[in-house]
Design a protein around this ligand. Structure first.
Ligand code: ADP
Ligand code: NA
Length: 339
């Protein structure tokens, strides 16, 4: 049986509705306040579970975050390894104007506290990581997972520092999930050349119509062991699966991997709130990998990846049509109704 672990962040997002964003030295009143559970670790864990797969989240909140644990539990996330720390729960303090402008203060809080769970839970087959906990901790978990031959998935958001990106053990990473901007940032940092990024250097006329193809191809040349899934907002998704070239899982280093490009889902209601779309996509991707694993498919064929990514696009599209992050992640049965 596959077993999915997320080691990541849990936040409380506090929205203050204001006429204008406060200026230095100014005191203003907000005309409304709302509070939601968030954090990329928690959001992605909820997406995995809503996609129909069990998941355990390793993380921490403060005393003020007990309600978040309860909420995650209600969604079906295994919260056994969520600790209550003396630090307050990580926070995003968001000023939101009526015009939709925002300004955000982040507080790391308990996300950066030492955690007593020092090992990967026994039997973990898939580990999902983001970058809202100490980078060393992310690395430690990645190494533990690689040591036990688990599949590793990393969504490097927010972007790590240049030094961290260069020192990252990319050969231990199975799947990278990035958006287009993140893909370009990673490429610029990883390529030894100081030259400005050239969007045309790697273009292949066959794939000229595929957005971000040359960026992702050049990034792939820097991290050839890693499958790259690049989300493209309203354009959909581009994936470069470098281990697909041969059915036995081996790879011809000289062969350019065939890109998989899938357009975004058609929205019925238009864009309402893109918050959490990336997290929804990541959770659905990992859940898809776990389902294949449980079907005994560990060497993926192109058609396996295409079917997983179609579901991700549909789920993320539905997430964009609703307000909120966790709340707007659809259930797998509602996603499947459109496939
Ligand atoms: P992030 O928010 O992490 O930058 P993206 O903006 O690339 O991520 O969005 C993630 C996914 O959400 C996309 O790959 C797509 O499936 C879906 N999505 C985002 N915006 C739209 C949109 N306007 N219409 C349909 N789907 C969208
Ligand atoms: Na949303």
């Amino acid at each position: 049986m596959a077993k999915c672990v997320v080691r990541g962040s849990i936040n409380i997002d506090e929205f203050f509705h204001v006429k204008d964003i406060v200026r230095p030295g100014e005191t203003i009143s907000s005309h409304g306040m709302s509070k939601r559970a968030g954090g990329k670790g928690a959001n992605q864990a909820v997406a995995v579970v809503k996609a129909g797969v069990s998941v355990s989240l390793i993380g921490a909140v403060g005393e003020d975050g007990r309600w978040v644990i309860d909420l995650l539990k209600q969604f079906g996330v295994d919260v056994t390894d969520i600790e209550i720390d003396t630090e307050a729960t990580g926070r995003a303090i968001i000023q939101l104007t009526d015009d939709g402008e925002n300004s955000i203060i982040l507080f790391k809080g308990a996300n950066y506290a030492a955690h007593s769970q020092q090992f990967l839970p026994r039997g973990t087959t898939h580990l999902l990581l983001q970058n809202e906990i100490p980078f060393d901790e992310t690395l430690r978990y990645l190494n533990l997972a690689a040591d036990s031959s688990a599949v590793t998935i990393f969504n490097p958001s927010p972007m790590p520092s240049k030094a961290e990106i260069k020192a990252f053990p990319w050969d231990k990473l199975t799947w990278l999930i990035v958006n287009e901007g993140e893909a370009a940032d990673l490429y610029r940092t990883l390529s030894a050349t100081q030259t400005k990024f050239d969007p045309n250097t790697a273009s292949n006329p066959l794939y000229a119509h595929v957005p971000a193809y040359s960026i992702v191809l050049q990034l792939s040349s820097q991290i050839p062991e890693t499958n790259i899934v690049c989300t493209l907002g309203s354009a959909g998704v581009l994936a470069l699966i470098t281990s697909l070239d041969h059915k036995d899982g081996t790879r011809d280093a000289t062969a350019l991997p065939e890109p998989i490009f899938l357009p975004a889902a058609k929205l019925r209601n238009g864009v309402v709130d893109t918050t959490g779309a990336g997290d929804c996509f990541a959770g659905y991707l990992v859940a898809g990998l776990l389902k294949l694993y449980d079907e005994g498919i560990t060497v993926l064929g192109r058609e396996n990846v295409v079917s997983v990514l179609k579901r991700c696009n549909q789920a993320a599209g539905m997430c964009v049509e609703k307000r909120g992050a966790m709340e707007s992640i659809p259930l797998t049965k509602d996603v499947d109704a459109f496939l």
